[in-house]
Every structure is written in C-alpha cells, then in structure tokens.
Write a new protein. Structure first.
Length: 134
C-alpha cells in the first residue's frame, strides 16, 4: 500500500514538472522581438466587415513605418488597401468594407517595419474569416 502511494505521488510530481516545462518553453519564444503584440480582427455585421489591424512596439520602439493593411477575397481580389502609414510605438487602424458576399472567405493582412534600438524588424500577419450566410 505504501509503495502504491509513493508511486502515485511520484507520477503526479512528474506530470506537474512536464507541464511546467511546457508552459515555460512557450512563454519564452515570442514571434517578434521588436513588436510586443499584433492584433487582427474581422467582425461581420451582415455583409459589412469592420477590419482592425494593430501593432504594438516593444519598449524602446521609436516608430512603426510602412504599415499596410489589406482585405482580399478568396480569389485574391483586393477589397481595400491602406498603405505607407506611419506612427510612434503603436499603430492602430480600422477600416470598414461594405457589400461583401455572404459565404465568401476574406483575408485581412497587415505588414509594417518596427524600428527599435537601431534595428528594423519586418512584421507581417494575416487572418481569414467567412462572411456569415445570414
């Protein structure tokens, strides 16, 4: 009975150790070193899409340049494109697209250059979402 309890306790401790290591490894590998966060959203209201693109520079970011945000349909047809935008350490843009096709999948893409500590990092992200049928 004593051996069984020791075995169960050691099994639980091993599992906790493995889970702890997995969480630490994930948290230590950010996608970008100069952009602390990127946010992309497509929110539908009927056939209207409100598109949001946001890049937040890490501490020490002096500027975000060459910001481009574009929405395309599944045939790669451009619905809108905003380009050559610049800001300080946070870039946040919202654009509305009207009269979209129900059932069509749209892809929102943002790209920019983040300037920090003498470095320039290229940031690019995209997200896709389908316009609801009704």
């Amino acid at each position: 009975m004593h051996k069984k309890i020791k075995y169960i306790i050691s099994l639980i401790l091993s599992l906790i150790t493995l889970l702890g290591v997995g969480v630490s490894a994930y948290a230590m590998e950010p996608r970008y070193s100069d952009a602390s966060e990127t946010i992309l959203r497509i929110n539908f209201d009927g056939t209207t899409a409100i598109c949001t693109g946001k890049i937040i520079g890490a501490i020490g970011t002096t500027s975000i340049t060459d910001f481009t945000m574009a929405l395309k349909d599944s045939n790669n047809k451009e619905i809108f494109k905003l380009e050559n935008l610049s800001s300080g350490s946070i870039m946040s843009v919202e654009q509305t697209a009207y009269n979209l096709v129900r059932g069509e999948t749209y892809t929102l893409t943002v790209s920019a250059k983040v300037h920090r500590n003498g470095n320039i990092e290229n940031v690019s992200e995209s997200v896709s979402k389908t316009c609801p049928e009704d």
